[in-house]
Write a protein that binds this ligand. Structure first.
Ligand code: CP
Length: 315
């Protein structure tokens, strides 16, 4: 039987990604339906979140499911020593699908191996964030009209940023050219550069961050320096303000260029950029709702045809 868990975006083919984008587009047209009536979605967040948890919960609520879960493991029996396996086994007694964020890399894979219900990885340590990538791909497709042959500039914390790691993995199907812009301390890990070489993904590395360096971008993907992943906070202090995108750096930008950011933003994008036509990060976060509706439905065996033929739309 097909494992319906989503641990890494690497499991998705080009066709599957385009299929999920089509499904998300249906949900953008009509987000309110009763497709998941009678289902229960659990959201287990062992790490803080605003967008991911709330958009998954909104996705489930707008499709008529009920939502259980926690946003803080301190209020659970985790504090009494309950193992992740036991927590997953327990919650799978109550819910049809489990959305989980965990601070340990590999936690989602492990959960998917012990769980009788699908697990959706909502971020595991610095490893992967596949639902973020689905909404990023949806947003890129929406703004550029395609996913193929784009120049994507990844800026900031490329070492710990799980969203950029997932993005590389997914984009291998679409002939991208990547530009990695980061200081030495936050450079793209060798493992992912090797992944690019093995999969024929072109990439260039830069340390300069200025108008000229970013002038060839279709997508400028800014990231936050991930304070929570540093073992040495002095090092964090040294690099935390490494790259701030200022309005005057957009002087040579392509007309189609869009700035994305998985958010939260700390000190990566000047607020004055929010009102420019290049800023697209709030729409990107909104797209999380539609992409996650598609992912929940797909994991529960609901097809694009089911969504297109759905008669439970609430206008
Ligand atoms: N983009 C993202 O994962 O945001 P949250 O940490 O707020 O969920």
């Amino acid at each position: 039987m097909e494992n319906k868990s989503l641990v890494t975006i690497a499991k998705y083919s080009r066709e599957k990604i385009l299929y999920l984008i089509d499904m998300a587009r249906e949900f953008e047209k009509h987000p309110n339906r009763r497709l998941l009536e009678g289902r229960v979605v659990a959201t287990l967040f062992f790490e803080p979140s605003t967008r991911t948890r709330l958009s998954f919960e909104t996705a489930a609520n707008r499709l008529g499911a009920r939502v259980i879960g926690f946003a803080d493991p301190k209020v659970t029996s985790n504090t009494k020593g309950e193992t992740l396996k036991d927590t997953i086994m327990m919650v799978s007694n109550y819910a049809d699908i489990i959305v989980m964020r965990h601070f340990l890399e590999g936690a989602a894979q492990y959960a998917s191996e012990v769980s009788p219900v699908p697990i959706v990885n909502a971020g595991d340590g610095a490893n992967q964030h596949p639902s973020q990538t689905m909404l990023d791909l949806y947003t890129i497709s929406q703004t550029q009209g395609r996913l193929d042959d784009l120049s994507i500039y990844l800026v900031g914390d490329l070492k710990y940023g799980r969203t950029v790691h997932s993005m590389l993995t997914a984009m291998r199907h679409f002939n991208p050219t990547f530009h990695f812009i980061a200081p030495d301390e936050l450079a793209m890990p060798e493992y992912y550069k090797m992944y690019c070489r093995e999969n024929g993904i072109r990439f260039f590395e830069h340390k300069d961050f200025d108008a000229h360096t970013i002038s060839g971008a279709d997508i400028l993907y800014m990231t936050r320096v991930q304070r929570e992943r540093f073992t040495d906070l002095m090092e964090y202090e040294r690099v935390k303000d490494a790259y701030l995108l200022k309005k005057d750096m957009l002087s040579e930008a392509r007309p189609n260029m869009k700035i994305l950011h998985p958010l939260p933003r700390v000190n990566e994008i000047e607020y004055s950029i929010d009102d420019t036509p290049y800023a697209y990060y709030f729409q990107q976060a909104r797209n999380g709702l539609y992409a996650r509706q598609a992912l929940i439905c797909d994991s529960l065996g609901i097809t694009l045809e089911d969504v297109k033929n759905d008669k439970t739309i609430i206008e």
